[in-house]
Design a protein around this ligand. Structure first.
Ligand SMILES: Nc1ncnc2c1ncn2[C@@H]1O[C@H](COP(=O)(O)OP(=O)(O)OP(=O)(O)O)[C@@H](O)[C@H]1O
Ligand SMILES: [Mg+2]
Length: 386
């Protein structure tokens, strides 16, 4: 696709808002559309690594070693469990990075440099970055390296206070470190129509951010809790008609629309998307109905899926001021949390060939997309508006 990958961070310093869930499933969604995708796990919790790959052994290099310049990014890229998605994992040593980077020149740009020096990264269409639930150097590195940021906002509490701090940080980074950083959108997550707070959050967000809110939320769905424990994306865990599949397919489409990219591209370079899924017998599929009757938060009401989304669409309108974040004046507070004085690059990371080249791992690549999602033409974004 592009000669330069689109680098997309999923970030919000509030914990548990659906960052990792969105990273994993948006990455898988983009790969299903034929895009080459790499996930960078910048979170010390390594949740994306656990879902898409596996916990690292103690001596295995991770993104942490890359940032501390002991390892080359190309040597820490692996095939994930999800077809067409590669991962640069996080490990236990990530916890040391914030402190170690603090004394390094160009500390805010360590990730940017590593990506620029990575041959493998340059072959990707998308690099999706998972971030930690705090505004430290790791998150700043993600935002400095990124072209776009998506901000998940959980509909479980009023988010404005935390968002003000976060947006102040983004604006500071835009002004001083990365003028190209763009907020692609705010994503409402854990959307539950039975809960009044959902509408309060939606209204508040709409008032502030208008069309920057993605037109469809990610509905509350216990499958998003279960699928990670099976190391599966929602596309692997749910049947093609699943609510999570529908939500993340729609998000994928809207992301592509906002970036003015084709809804799908030829996937000749992506590994075996038509193969069957080896590690996910989709035993979850038959289970789905039982689970959803037990888990009331999945089904919300006896009504069908289609009854839950239209109101979302209606109530999250797309009009008005796209620069709403300017109404949130917290730059000073944010300044304090952004490390100062961007400095020139410290050293040139070595450039060694990829150990696990994204163009060659097909043989072992577990692939499922088409078989597990016979709907290679996923749910249309707007056809469910009754
Ligand atoms: N739409 C959803 N419905 C129900 N549960 C969800 C949904 N999205 C995510 N979850 C669950 O909520 C929890 C938090 O989600 P997730 O890990 O994606 O958030 P996070 O922002 O990455 O958290 P952290 O800040 O700790 O990294 C997880 O258990 C996840 O499985
Ligand atoms: Mg997370």
């Amino acid at each position: 696709m592009a000669d330069h990958p689109i680098i997309l961070s999923i970030a919000n310093q509030k914990g548990g808002v659906g960052k990792t869930t969105t990273v994993v499933n948006l990455a898988a969604g983009l790969a299903r559309q034929g895009y080459r995708v790499m996930v960078l796990d910048l979170d010390i919790q390594a949740n994306a690594t656990h879902i898409l790959y596996r916990p690292l052994e103690e001596d295995e290099p991770s993104l942490a070693e890359v940032l501390l310049e002991d390892a080359n990014l190309d040597e820490t890229i692996f095939e994930s469990n999800s077809p067409g998605v590669w991962i640069c994992p996080s490990g236990e040593t990530m916890v040391r990075v914030d402190l170690a980077l603090a004394g390094v020149l160009g500390r805010e740009e360590a990730l940017k440099r590593a990506l620029e020096d990575s041959e493998t990264a340059s072959t990707m269409d998308f690099i999706v970055i998972d971030t930690s639930p705090y505004l430290g150097l790791l998150t700043v590195n993600a935002l400095v390296a990124s072209d776009q940021v998506i901000v998940p906002v959980s509909c479980e509490y009023l988010p404005m206070l935390g968002l003000k701090l976060f947006l102040g940080t983004i604006r500071t980074i835009q002004r001083r470190l990365n003028s190209g950083l763009n907020i692609l959108g705010y994503l409402l997550t854990m959307y539950d129509r039975r809960e009044r707070i959902t509408f309060d959050v939606e209204r508040t967000m709409k008032n502030h951010f208008k069309e920057l809110i993605f037109s469809r939320p990610i509905r509350i769905n216990t499958h998003h809790k279960v699928s990670p424990s099976r190391r599966q994306t929602i596309f692997q865990y749910e049947p093609p008609s699943g609510r999570g599949v529908e939500d993340y397919t729609r998000l994928t489409r809207e992301v592509l629309q906002r970036l003015e990219l084709p809804e799908s591209v030829e996937s000749s370079e992506t590994p075996n998307q038509t193969e069957t899924q080896p590690d996910a017998p989709n035993e979850a599929a038959p289970k789905q109905q039982e689970e959803s009757t037990v888990a009331a938060d999945v089904t919300e009401s006896p009504t069908s899926d289609t009854s839950t989304t239209p109101e979302t669409s209606d109530t999250v309108e797309t009009s008005g001021d796209s620069d709403a974040s300017n109404t949130l004046e917290t730059e000073q507070a944010a300044e304090a949390s952004v490390p100062s004085e961007p400095a020139p690059s410290q050293s040139e990371p070595p450039s060694t060939p990829p150990v696990s080249s994204p163009s060659s791992p097909q043989a072992s690549s577990p692939t499922n997309a088409e078989s597990n999602n016979a709907d290679s033409s996923p749910a249309k974004p707007d056809n469910n508006t009754t």
